[in-house]
Design a protein around this ligand. Structure first.
Ligand code: 6GU
Length: 226
């Protein structure tokens, strides 16, 4: 899978993909991340990509031409399966969306800044608008990093058995159960007996119960109501 990211701040997006799972995914050749600086398509030699908005009001808008020219040029190498615009007024990102997007071959993520991008780019090019939650970030870059990480780890072959996505919170509409490691007694707090007894069936049953209890307590909203 190839994920290309169009941004005015590519520097902000180097480190997040150079470690851990995202590093492994790229080293294994399962994920390619390409960062593109929107200023390479600026409307003048000052690197300008924004302008005042029609109708007045505070805040600059990212103008059409650099974005359109960038997208057109990038698509000369082949059409994107999705062109995603990161924006707080997009659809809230969740595990289901991550699962779906992880099956694509080639996607473009556009990071917004200032008051956003000219509506006509959204009308003409954007196929999906994503928000990562109900709060406002200074730009789409950190949100894009979140989305790429969530997608990247789901690409077949990225995770091994030990890190399997099948036991993640949210994958089955349940939060993950509590986990314990050594020592069996830490400051008087002991590990639940069932985990020490070595009966895999009982352990599975305990984990299912705990996942359900935790989900009911913390996130009753995500439980399946059939
Ligand atoms: Cl995608 N962008 C910005 N600027 N703020 C956000 C967001 C995105 N998602 C939540 N807040």
């Amino acid at each position: 899978m190839t994920i290309e990211i169009l941004t005015v701040l590519p520097e902000l997006l180097t480190s997040p993909f150079e470690h851990s799972m995202m590093k492994r995914a790229q080293e294994k050749g399962l994920l390619t991340i390409k960062l593109h600086n929107l200023r390479d398509w600026a409307i003048n030699k000052h690197g300008q990509v924004d302008d005042y908005q029609y109708g007045g009001g505070a805040g600059m808008v990212m103008v059409c031409e650099p974005l359109a020219n960038a997208i057109d040029q990038l698509q000369e190498a082949g059409k994107f399966d999705e062109i995603i615009f990161m924006t707080p007024d997009g659809a809230r990102f969740d595990q289901k969306q991550a699962n779906t997007l992880s099956l694509q071959n080639r996607i473009l993520i556009i990071c917004g800044h200032y008051k956003g991008i000219d509506q006509r780019i959204r009308d003409l090019y954007v196929t999906k608008e994503i928000s990562i939650g109900d709060y406002v970030l200074s730009g789409g870059e950190l949100a894009a990093a979140v989305v790429v990480d969530a997608i990247g780890r789901l690409i077949p072959g990225v995770l091994n058995d030990e890190t399997s996505a099948l036991t993640d919170s949210f994958q089955d509409n349940l939060l993950a159960p509590p986990v314990y490691s050594r020592p069996a007694d830490f400051r008087g707090l002991t590990v639940p007996e069932v985990l020490l007894q070595g009966d895999p069936k009982k352990v599975d049953q305990w984990r299912s119960e705990q996942a359900l209890i935790r989900t009911k307590q913390r996130r009753p909203d995500i439980l399946d109501h059939e």
